[in-house]
Design a protein around this ligand. Sequence first.
Ligand SMILES: NC(=O)c1ccc[n+]([C@@H]2O[C@H](COP(=O)([O-])OP(=O)(O)OC[C@H]3O[C@@H](n4cnc5c(N)ncnc54)[C@H](O)[C@@H]3O)[C@@H](O)[C@H]2O)c1
Length: 340
Amino acid sequence: MATVLVTGGAGFVGSHVIPGLKRRGHRVVVFDNLQRGHRSTVDQLDVEFVQGDLTNSEELQRLFVGTHFDAILHFAALAYVGESMLNPDVYYRVNTAGTLNLLQQSLSATEGQPPPVVFSSSCAVFGIPKQLPLDERSPKSPISPYGRSKLVAEWLLEDFGRAYGLRSVVLRYFNAAGADLAHGLGEIHQPETHLIPLAISAGRGDAPLHLFGTDFDTPDGSAIRDFIHVCDLAEAHLLALDHLLAGGDSDDFNLGSGSGISVWELVHAVEAELQSPVPVHQAPSRPGDPPALVSDSRKAAVVLGWQPHYSSLKRIVSDAAAWDQRQRLYISHELSHVTT
Ligand SMILES: NC(=O)c1ccc[n+]([C@@H]2O[C@H](COP(=O)([O-])OP(=O)(O)OC[C@H]3O[C@@H](n4cnc5c(N)ncnc54)[C@H](O)[C@@H]3O)[C@@H](O)[C@H]2O)c1
């Protein structure tokens, strides 16, 4: 049994890893500033919670003074490409300087024996690919401050490894989606910017889906993405943690399903799931959005033994739609209590 620090554990992907950590008998401590995550999620998962900010050295110092961590799963970050184009300073401060802060505090609290780190990176580090699918050796040339802030954080881990013996696993997710209905977990982003929840809410009568980019150089003109079920990502974290706790070397892995899905295909899959049209408002492509991103995840299969099990488009959309329905019922139930 290990004591595992989960930064950003109140958010979407981090929260989905926690049931598996608990199942393995690990003690879990979540560190999150709740800027984008949810206290109710942490309470529901019944784990220790420390509210704090990655950019606040004193808060991090207090966290490490109180507890010896055997490993860190580092999810906490800001993760919207569009927002990063408008506010690059905040992205470098949280994602890059925040990661540096975390590594420095963990290094000084452990007298030079820092616990290993599993880091949430992103396919955004690749920029506009020259060749698909993308494997770990594909050139990294990010085109958004978000992607750059993540790539520099990857370099920090690499340099801390060389200089201070820090071991780390970098997991580059493609598009995380879906929900873990068995544990009552799913995606609650405010504001929501992710495609699948937005398409589902458009299909259920909320605002039309803004489809950014219809003249990409792709078969139907819309962007192509690789959607990976969040439960498959959760499994990859558990395997990466096992690898590091067993003394494994630093490594990096791209995590996707390996299937490129166009935005139009996704819209049609949501329409089929909901049995209702998804109103679409076509808009120009956004700066920072590459035309196509598809993962080659064979290295994760070979080294970690990871295979996606839940990442068919149908399964992802049906789990996301079921989660959305559950949230709607919950909200209308809460509202009925307020009004009665
Ligand atoms: N969701 C995706 O499709 C995707 C794809 C690639 C990479 N990632 C990466 O995975 C990680 C998790 O993404 P997510 O979708 O769960 O995002 P999320 O916003 O749901 O979760 C991030 C969590 O980090 C917390 N946080 C943010 N800034 C913080 C700070 N300064 N101090 C402490 N806590 C802070 C937020 O409150 C939130 O709970 C991020 O690092 C993101 O860059 C996500």
